[in-house]
Structure formats: structure tokens, C-alpha cells
Design a binder for this molecule. Structure first.
Ligand SMILES: Nc1ncnc2c1ncn2[C@@H]1O[C@H](COP(=O)(O)OP(=O)(O)O)[C@@H](O)[C@H]1O
Ligand SMILES: [Mg+2]
Length: 255
């Protein structure tokens, strides 16, 4: 079966896109076929794979509006086993176009349902830090939501918001949606970060993944080279940690 995982947090800059790309690349390295879908008009995921968003004729927006299929907008990335459905700035208009339509939340779900059954093992959805039609489509289509958080003072507040959204989506469009949380950009030299991590571990028992992604400047360099960490700097701690995350995600697969 295909595992569909949305990566979201209302907060920007918590490593959603970095986690989507790195996790996808690690799953591909492990022999899984992976599709990454860029659902953010900022198109950072698209750019981080070396594509120039403004030059694209077809993006995920066209598939959501029904003028083409998901296969029609997906393409191979430079990484073996990793495909991408790109975005560009025009995706910012989609709220206006989709909202008036019936069942607008289910557009992505229908597109995913029409893919050949064995084509992808994992489909990862990189969300924008905003609640709009794109995020609702992602949460309606996904079986699982992965929430990256930083061990910082506002983490609990942003977690409460997104968990409320999960509860809403479960009631409205996707009763089976589950969620898991991963700590990113962790700085173990910082005493406050260590304390906040302990608090997260104590309060999120069962939801918090064991793998912790530490702060690593090599991850900041990757987008400039259009590569994920697995090929840009395969021996780094960040690459090892994202590989561990991929193993952990695979070990807790459920329908
Ligand atoms: N573990 C990390 N260590 C250092 N920098 C990171 C790490 N993860 C992400 N970054 C950097 O932090 C910034 C925000 O990450 P990004 O993935 O774009 O966040 P989001 O998609 O949530 O807005 C980017 O510059 C990215 O390269
Ligand atoms: Mg992003």
C-alpha cells in the first residue's frame, strides 16, 4: 500500500520542507519509491530539488484544479527513486479558485486515488504554514501527519493549534488521520532546549518519535546545491539522523 504522510505545523521555519526532502531521500535510499508533493506557494521544496518554479508550465495547482492528472505534473528528481510534483507562486491563487467548489478538500485525495496502486510506497506532502485549501487537502488525503517542532518556548502553543486542527479534520473529512511529532533543529548545548525537550518527552508520550534531528548547518547548505542531505553530505550527523527517522517512520507503518 501507499503511505501518505503530510508534514505540517502552523509555524514557519520549523524544518517542514527540510524534513520532507530529507525523509523522502532517505526512504528512496532504502529502496522505496517516493513522491514529494509541494503544497506551498513559496515552492521551497521545488527549488531545493534544483527546479526553477517560475519556468514551470504545469504544477500541482493544475492537478488540484483538474486540468491535468497528478502523473501529468510529477517528474523525476536528480535522486534515484524520488519524484516531485512541483509548485510555484501561482499556487497562492488556489484558495480563491477552490473554495467555491464542492468537496474542494478532497481534490488531492481523488488525484492520489487515481494513481496506479503500486507506483509509490510513500507520498510526502510538504505543507505551507497556513490554514487554507492546500492544507485541508493535505490533511484530508493523508493517513498520517508528521509535525516537526523545535524544542522552544512556543512549541506547546503551536502543537495545541495543530492538534485542534487534526480533531476538526477527523470530524469533517478524514476520521482515520493520526499524527506523530518529531523534534527538529535541536541544540543540545542549550540548557533551555534540553529542559524543553524533557517537557515534550514527558507530555507527548507515544506521539513523539524517538529520533531527534539536531541542528546542523550542512542542512542549510543543501537547497543552494539542489540536493538532499543524503547526496550532498551523506556522512554527516544530519544524514544519519534523517536515516534513523526514515527507519522509525517505516517501523510504525499502519494502514
Ligand atoms: N536541523 C537543522 N539544522 C540547521 N538548520 C536547519 C535544520 N533544519 C532546517 N534548517 C534550516 O532552517 C530553515 C527553515 O527550514 P525549512 O525546512 O525551510 O522550514 P519550514 O518548511 O518549516 O518553513 C532553512 O534555512 C533550513 O535550511
Ligand atoms: Mg517550507
Amino acid at each position: 500500500m501507499t503511505h501518505i504522510i503530510a508534514i505540517n505545523n502552523h509555524k514557519g521555519g520549523v524544518a517542514k520542507t527540510t524534513t520532507c526532502l530529507s525523509l523522502g531521500a532517505c526512504l528512496a535510499e532504502l529502496g522505496r519509491s517516493v513522491l514529494l508533493i509541494d503544497l506551498d506557494p513559496q515552492a521551497h521544496l521545488t527549488m531545493s530539488l534544483g527546479l526553477k518554479p517560475d519556468g514551470l508550465h504545469r504544477t500541482i495547482g493544475d492537478a488540484l484544479l483538474g486540468s491535468t492528472s497528478l502523473i501529468g505534473v510529477s517528474r523525476e528528481s536528480p535522486v534515484l527513486g524520488l519524484d516531485v510534483a512541483p509548485a510555484n507562486r501561482e499556487l497562492a491563487l488556489i484558495d480563491k479558485l477552490l473554495y467555491p467548489q464542492r468537496n474542494f478538500e478532497s481534490r488531492l485525495k481523488s488525484q492520489l486515488a487515481s494513481l496506479p496502486a503500486q507506483l509509490y510506497d510513500y507520498i510526502l506532502l510538504d505543507c505551507a504554514p497556513a490554514l487554507g485549501t492546500l492544507t485541508l487537502n493535505a490533511l484530508t488525503a493523508a493517513q498520517r501527519l508528521l509535525i516537526p517542532v523545535q524544542a522552544e518556548y512556543y512549541a506547546a502553543q503551536s502543537l495545541r493549534q495543530i492538534i485542534r486542527l487534526v480533531q476538526l479534520v477527523r470530524r469533517k473529512t478524514n476520521p482515520g488521520l493520526t499524527y506523530q511529532i518529531v523534534v527538529t533543529m535541536y541544540d543540545q548545548r542549550n540548557r533551555v532546549s534540553r529542559l524543553l525537550l524533557e517537557q515534550l518527552q514527558a507530555s507527548l508520550n507515544g506521539r513523539l518519535l524517538q529520533t531527534i534531528i539536531g541542528i546542523d548547518t550542512r542542512l542549510k547548505e543543501c537547497p543552494a546545491f539542489g540536493q538532499p542531505i543524503t547526496t550532498y553530505a551523506p556522512q554527516t550527523r544530519a544524514a544519519r539522523q534523517y536515516r534513523a527517522l526514515a527507519q522509525e517512520i517505516m517501523s510504525c507503518n499502519y494502514p
